[in-house]
Design a protein around this ligand. Structure first.
Ligand code: ADP
Ligand code: MG
Length: 552
């Protein structure tokens, strides 16, 4: 299998192409080794697919523990060495970035595609033919998905909530998935910008997720405004202001120190006093400008001098300093305030509105809540939960839910979940395959089998009998019942649209694209050249043959 590099020319001369210590794996060995590694990755995440999937406990080199069920997170946290396995980690990352959900499915599908390709390679089908067949099957699969998808009307809250709930059902926080789905959809509809064609655009920067361990997960809620992890700057300031008029200031309320060193000669106490008076009057005039604008809340991105602080306190202006730049932008979108750099420009027109600004104690910290904004274009979801681990996982689940709602707002079409679309596409691909010639047909059939591994894995994870499920599913789809899939919660094969398990079309499309791309990339490789430093991936004991296939 692995050989050192000195190659010999036809005339018997030795040529060294690679550095000493490099290894080369060629042909079938290379393919089998890569396929094996990729299948292994799929095997790791497979058991976490779906609502009955198991969680993984990941321990990093520092001993930190993460408990998750999120495919992308699992693959991100484990330190993968093998180049082919790394490719699968890549697709889970791409899927996560593109659509935010479906990462486990993409890896499971890629693993199944490769396992099935291996069967064909063993039967002497050339990888190029498999690659072509897979590409054709993927194109056809995408067309079938588009054809079967159901359009979502603008403002169809129910569907959006089902989408969010389905994505969260598969996570640790599934018990409160329904409540959280409402939180997510409320927030997303506020920040979505409607376009003329009925779709919306969502900038995820406008939906801020703040987390704090403590309380219970059901305390997680939407704040129509922004939460700042900062306290009110002066103890004598009010901690609660209703009907807040908010000034957002980007410049410091301090006397700026000069860049170059200057010398100020003071000879008498009187001079000293007048110098200080001068400083104080500059600060006073700054505070006066804020007061005369009518603001009763000031959020400043920079520092605030002690003297200015006590002046502001005396005037009863609730002040926060050193707010993050990103929060200033969000505050502006949420409250409708215009950020001001030069205090001379500050006027009543620039002020934003919030029904309530209040400093609250959140566990050991004090945070300032700016809430009850009118028609806010930026909002916050405050995630609570019994422990840091719970809020971390809740945050990941919310991320998925936010992403799937975004997917549907941007591409308003959905399919059922529970492996129904995969089973339907598989069934139609089998019909399509009969129209193809010879070996390509074999590849398309294998592609269909691989797709079926999604409902079957869901069934397996739910402890169902996968042979029964397979037979049942095939029969239903042959009768044209296109939304029949596996309800992992009830352990039955059922119409998943009726069961309200709904997913974005965009996610299913991305799964097909990402998995096909990854498996084809692995299949095209027939030569692995590894330089000496990162030693070549070791072959598993017993060789690749000793490993069971994936899925169906
Ligand atoms: P992924 O990372 O691929 O999103 P998940 O663990 O979130 O992995 O599982 C997603 C799969 O679970 C999808 O195929 C989805 O349709 C399915 N699913 C969600 N809810 C149910 C349910 N109640 N019954 C069966 N399958 C479900
Ligand atoms: Mg998911």
């Amino acid at each position: 299998m692995s050989t050192l590099i000195p190659a010999t020319t036809s005339s018997g001369q030795q040529v060294f192409i690679l550095k000493e210590g490099s290894t080369q794996t060629k042909g079938r060995d290379a393919q089998k080794n890569n396929i094996f590694a990729a299948k292994l990755m799929a095997e790791i995440v497979k058991t976490s697919l779906g609502p009955r999937g198991m969680d993984k406990m990941l321990v990093d080199s520092m001993g930190d523990v993460t408990i998750t069920n999120d495919g992308a997170t699992i693959l991100k946290e484990i330190d993968v060495q093998h180049p082919a396995a790394k490719m699968l980690v890549e697709i889970s990352k791409t899927t996560d970035n593109e659509v935010g959900d479906g990462t486990t499915s993409a890896v499971v599908l890629a693993g199944a595609l490769l396992a099935n390709a291996e069967d064909l390679i063993n039967k002497d089908v050339h990888p190029t033919i498999i690659v072509d067949g897979y590409a054709k099957a993927a194109d056809k699969a995408l067309a079938i998905l588009k054809d079967m998808a159901v359009a979502v009307e603008a403002g169809d809250r129910k569907t959006l909530e089902r989408i969010a709930a389905t994505s969260m059902q598969t996570k640790l926080i599934s018990d409160i998935g329904k409540e959280l789905a409402t939180v997510v959809v409320d927030g997303m509809l506020l920040v979505a910008e409607k376009k003329d064609d009925g779709t919306s655009k969502v900038d995820l920067d406008n939906i801020k997720v703040e987390k704090k361990a403590g309380g219970s997960s059901s305390d997680t809620r939407l704040i129509k405004g922004i939460v700042l992890d900062k306290e009110v700057v002066h103890p004598a300031m009010p901690k609660r202001i209703e009907e807040a008029k908010i000034a957002l200031v980007l410049s410091p309320l301090e006397i700026e120190k000069t860049e170059f060193s200057a010398e100020i000669r003071i000879n008498t106490p009187k001079q000293m006093q007048s110098y200080l008076d001068e400083e104080n009057s500059m600060l006073r005039s700054m505070v006066d400008k804020i007061e005369s604008s009518g603001a009763n809340v000031l959020i400043c991105q920079k520092g605030i001098d002690d003297v200015a602080q006590s002046l502001l306190a005396r005037k009863g202006i609730l002040t926060v300093r050193r707010a993050k730049e990103s929060d200033m932008t969000r505050l502006s979108k949420a409250t409708g305030a215009r950020t001001v750099t030069n205090l001379d420009d500050l006027s009543v027109k620039d002020l934003g509105y919030a029904k309530l600004v209040e400093e609250r104690k959140i566990e050991q910290d004090r945070w300032v809540f700016i809430e009850g904004c009118r028609n806010p274009k930026a909002v916050t979801i405050l995630v609570r939960g019994g422990s840091q681990r719970v809020v971390d996982e809740a945050e990941r689940s919310l991320h998925d839910a936010i992403m799937v709602v975004k997917d549907v707002l941007e591409e308003p079409a959905v399919v059922a979940g529970g492996g129904a679309p995969e089973a339907e596409v598989a069934s139609r691909l089998r019909d399509y395959a009969t129209k193809l010639s010879g070996r390509e047909q074999l590849a398309v059939l294998k592609y269909a089998d691989a797709l079926e591994s999604i409902p079957l894995t869901l069934a397996e994870n739910a402890g169902m009998d996968i042979i029964d499920v397979q037979v049942d599913l095939r029969a239903k789809h042959a009768q044209g019942k296109k939304w029949f899939g596996v309800n992992a919660r009830t352990g039955k094969v059922a119409d998943m649209m009726d069961e309200q398990v709904v997913e974005p079309l965009a996610v299913k499309e991305e799964i097909i694209r990402a998995a096909t791309e990854a498996s084809n990339m692995v299949l095209r490789v027939d030569d692995v050249l590894a330089s000496g430093k990162s030693s070549a991936p070791p072959m598993p004991p017993g060789g690749p043959g000793g490993y069971g296939g994936m899925g169906a």
